[in-house]
Design a protein around this ligand. Structure first.
Ligand code: SF4
Length: 181
């Protein structure tokens, strides 16, 4: 398929390493645009490190990258009452929903036929919940959610290998202050 005929897809990325595999696989069939939208990440120095890795990867892959640096305070207001929730619990479900809703809106604005997320690379995340939430988020836009399972075919291990190869920063916690603690 030539680039001209590939549908445009907005790929939400949470960090450089997860984006390596997700973007690489999708680029075969889609015209991929990257989106870095992660108001959950704290502290700001960590957010900047992950953004720098995403920018480096965008350059390596020759892809456009949209950076949305809004909603930090609103995200905190949502998450604070759920501070003691375990990972993969209610706070995480809302965190996926938060980011996928915004991705759906931006996909619509950017005239993307599809949107997806790199979040399904991680074995620590609930892929089924992420894909369900993505499909619901698509309900209010013209863009379609593309369900994924980037863990397939050893995706997580590949993401570590590629991020080492490209010299990308790899984080030690999911993103929010609660996961850091
Ligand atoms: S642990 Fe990760 S997915 Fe869950 S709320 Fe925190 S940043 Fe979001």
């Amino acid at each position: 398929m030539t680039k001209k005929h590939k549908p445009k897809l907005l790929l939400h990325i949470c960090c450089g390493p997860c984006a390596t595999v997700a973007a690489n696989r999708l680029m075969e069939d889609y015209q991929v645009v990257l989106l870095f939208y992660n108001p959950n990440i704290e502290p700001i120095a960590e957010w900047q490190e992950r953004l720098a890795a995403a920018q480096k990867l965008a350059q390596i892959y020759g892809l456009s990258l949209i950076v949305d640096d809004t909603d930090f305070e609103d995200w905190q207001t949502m998450a604070k009452p759920l501070a003691i929730e375990p990972e993969r619990g209610r706070r995480c479900q809302l965190c996926y929903e938060w980011r996928l809703r915004r991705t759906a809106q931006l996909a619509d604005q950017e005239s993307c036929a599809y949107f997806a997320t790199s979040l399904t690379v991680s074995p620590y995340k609930d892929r089924e919940a992420i894909n369900k939430i993505g499909l619901i988020a698509a309900g209010v836009t013209r863009a379609n959610y593309l369900p994924t399972d980037f863990q397939q075919a050893d995706g997580y291990r590949q993401s570590i290998k590629l991020s080492k190869q490209y010299g990308l920063y790899r984080q030690k916690y999911c993103g929010c202050r609660f996961s850091r603690q």
